[in-house]
Design a protein around this ligand. Structure first.
Ligand SMILES: [Zn+2]
Length: 455
């Protein structure tokens, strides 16, 4: 067989009706059901992405009978010949593949498994740097290769249609000096924290980039791929950039998170004085506030007693949602909830004093927020304390004081302390402020004040 016997995927269009392509399945989405448009019950569909020997890629969707017939057979990595499908314009909203068209197969399709063709790559990346992503028409789909500079905890929630979802937000940066938030989903999000820690290089195929609250935000679609420390020149390049100064460079963050409409910080934006007054008045319901402030100090001692900065938490997955258990384990690493010695890791639990021009306040600052406030992971804090001693870790923490403007999210809860009603405020999220965004936010506030002053 010669190459020319197959139609190049790249040249598929609505002008061609007779074609047979040969391609490798590079990704495959789960089978899903949907309501048929004509009301005749449930339909089902799955899609794959196909890559051919000439480097052309296209998405192919299989509906109903074709889905039943080929779902098991179309394994990722295997090669097939395909014909008798329909060519349609690609729907950019759902299709991460770069082809202008997509294929639709139904009952009439002809799909045959063939022997592996070494001329066809297993996966093809067209990596675009994040600076270039910024200039693209949105929404778009790109392959990204960068360093994970930050990651959130996995977050489980119910979708509008009642499905259980888990997501995790990553911040990815590359040698163009730009960083962007990328959300990953499902099993990818549930991977252990350690996979994301230590600034690994990643390559992600099929990141859908959209405008989100004034910034750009990426989401790695189900059919996309994610690999850690891949063996490719682009990954080598970003790794070198990161170790040779990139980690100390101030990066341009293109995902909006500051201002009152921020994606991750919710609650009314108040200054410290207002926040203290408001929080003292709450009676029944908890309230969320957001404040722009600086870290003034971390409590290291309480009445001369050295305060622990972290505790060792159980990382065994909970049965209910397979998220980490997070309960404190004892000295032997035993978790009373899971009733065993399992995986564990340090989690920060700090008392932080934050300050702005109107005042300051002490709050318990939880793990995730504390890592952002310090710009260090709990593991790093624990390692410094263990290897270099308490004095070294205290010096390191002191160097974070007043270092940068943070936006913090505060949760105020009514609490009962020895029969006395009081408010318990804790810091549940934090991130360094993007100065440019923050500047715009303050200008808007001034405009609003001026508008009120005129009336
Ligand atoms: Zn546990």
């Amino acid at each position: 067989m010669t190459l020319s016997e197959f139609f190049p995927i790249r040249e598929l269009s609505t002008y061609q009706t007779k074609w047979t392509i040969k391609g490798r399945v590079t990704s495959k989405a789960p089978l899903r059901t949907f309501k048929q448009r004509n009301g005749s019950g449930q339909g089902k569909v799955f899609h794959v992405e196909l890559l051919d020997a000439e480097g052309g890629e296209i998405r192919a969707s299989f509906f109903n009978d074709a889905a039943d017939k080929h779902f098991e057979q179309m394994e990722v990595g295997k090669c097939f010949t395909l014909s008798k499908g329909q060519v349609k314009l690609a729907n950019r909203q759902y299709n991460a593949c770069k082809h202008r068209y997509e294929l639709v197969f139904d009952r009439a399709c002809q799909v045959d498994a063939v022997a592996d063709d070494a001329k066809i790559d297993t996966v093809k990346f067209t990596v675009v740097d994040l600076h270039t992503v910024q200039g693209k028409t949105l929404p778009c789909s790109v392959d990204v290769c960068g360093i994970i500079t930050a990651f959130d905890q996995p977050f489980a929630f119910k979708s509008k249609d009642g499905k259980d979802l888990v997501k995790r937000m990553l911040t990815v940066a590359d040698d163009s000096g730009v960083s962007m938030q990328v959300t990953i989903w499902g099993d990818r999000a549930k991977k252990e924290d350690s996979e994301f820690a230590g600034n690994p290089a990643v390559v992600m195929k099929g990141v859908s980039v959209k405008e989100w609250q004034g910034g750009l935000s990426g989401s790695l679609m189900e059919g996309g791929s994610l690999s850690f420390n891949p063996d490719m020149p682009e990954a080598q390049k970003v790794k070198e950039w990161w170790t040779q100064g990139g980690h100390a460079q101030s990066l341009k963050f293109i995902s909006q998170t500051s201002g009152s409409g921020g994606a991750r910080i919710s609650g009314q934006t108040l200054d410290v004085l207002e926040m203290k007054q408001k929080s003292e008045q709450i009676v029944n319901e908890q309230e969320m506030y957001s404040a722009f402030c600086r870290l003034a100090s971390v409590q290291l001692r309480k009445r001369d007693e050295v305060q622990p900065l972290y505790y060792i938490a159980c990382l065994e997955p909970k049965e209910s949602n397979s998220l980490p258990c997070n309960r404190r384990v004892d000295e032997r690493g035993f978790c009373a909830v899971c009733n065993k010695v399992g995986k564990s890791a340090p989690r920060l639990n700090l008392r932080c004093r934050f300050e702005d021009a109107t005042g300051n306040f002490w709050v318990t600052t939880f793990h995730q927020a504390a890592e952002k406030v310090l710009g260090m992971t709990a593991q790093e804090v624990a390692d410094i304390e263990k290897n270099e001693g308490r004095e070294a870790v205290e010096a390191k923490l002191k160097s974070c004081n007043y270092a940068q403007i943070m936006q913090v999210q505060l949760r105020a809860k009514p609490d009962n302390y020895n029969g006395e009603q009081r408010t318990n405020v804790s810091c549940t999220a934090a991130h360094p402020v993007n100065l440019r965004e923050h500047g715009r936010f303050m200008l808007k506030q001034i405009d609003e004040m001026l508008a009120k002053a005129v009336c």
